[in-house]
Design a protein around this ligand. Sequence first.
Ligand code: TV7
Ligand code: CA
Ligand code: ZN
Length: 393
Amino acid sequence: ESGITRPKGYNVSFHCNPEMEKHHFGVTHPMKPWRLTLSKSLIYSYGMSFAMDNYVSRAATYEELADFHSTDYLDFLGTVLPEPVPRDVENQNPDLKFNLGGSDCPLFEGLYDYCSMSAGSALDAARKICAKQSDIAIAWGGGLHHAKKAEASGFCYINDIVIAILELLRHHPRVLYIDIDVHHGDGVEEAFFSTDRVMTVSFHKYDPNNFFPGTGALDDNGPKNEQNPGAHHAVNVPLNDGITDEQYDMLFNTIISRIVEKFRPSAVALQCGADSLAGDRLGRFNLQVQGHGACVEFCKRMNLPLILFGGGGYTPRNVARAWTYETSIAIGCQDKISDVLPQHTPWRDQFRQETLFPTLEQILGEPRQNKNPPKRLQEIVNHVSEQLRFVQA
Ligand code: TV7
Ligand code: CA
Ligand code: ZN
């Protein structure tokens, strides 16, 4: 009776693992795996599970993780234990092995399980795409884009995206990776620096001195040398505080259309980090659920096999709104779902406003000042257009 129906001849699969959501980074840590539970409960309240294939994903195996990560790192990750006594606020421990155990990447109970479950859902999503059993595969528990081959970074330990893209590359000649998390997708970019089969594009807040991870300048486009086929295959869109839906949409549509024209990907992986939304605890942008979702809609319209990953997102009620709306776009029922949250939504009071699309005023009180002059946005578009002259399918 929700009016939400299964799209005919079009398959959306949803990959999650409820065990993952039970893990805790620590009381004050911004990353709350529980936001996945909140998101899922809103998605189910709208009745969307009836329009998708729902899978409880398995944990990735050691061998699957070793497709990207070094065994030294995995062995250590599998054996380290949380410290009995929590250390002081800053991570001033000089001998952090593999950057593990600081305040950004703490050691917690079940850490290895948490990581392998995140990678497991991303891999399951990739396999459904490769088998052509899904047109869009959703893994909101994935999207941990900062993890490196042998290093944890920025709340990320295992790079599930890289592992999933490596799987896509077994069946697809070219994969386009797009990252709308407010942070630079450095781990994914670096992993594919030397191949021309993956093009990475990240939109992010850029301030080399004051915003994590400090990389992703406009002219950082991959190591430029004659022998590197991956040169020019990293696109960076550095932005400033307060960017709006209209500006972001213009940039996204212009840049992604030109890339698709030139690079001709056969599959797309979209990291949907929800910390680019207005009111995020760590973010700086003024994006609304509609503007964030417009990126997903644009990708869907390209009519290519698509994986949607989660990522950042530190104000759980807004994360749940965005990923619910984006799930509805995947299914194609976005025009049928009501702005008012279903009456029976669990944790309904968590959402503050009773709507899926709160106004900027409701979210922020006062919007953040927009520090993105139109002239700068034009410069970005021009740079990317120039860069693409070096790219061909
Ligand atoms: C994908 N910002 C991950 C984004 C990773 C951002 C950072 C914090 C933070 C950590 C905490 C905490 C925090 C309020 C915010 C240079 C530092 C400064 C730690 C206090 N509160 C994603 C990573 C980023 C941990 N790290 O892209 C425990 O903010 O800026 C930094 C590094 C050193 C460490 N300190 C912060 O969204 C999933 N961390 C409270 C408790
Ligand atoms: Ca990004
Ligand atoms: Zn982020």
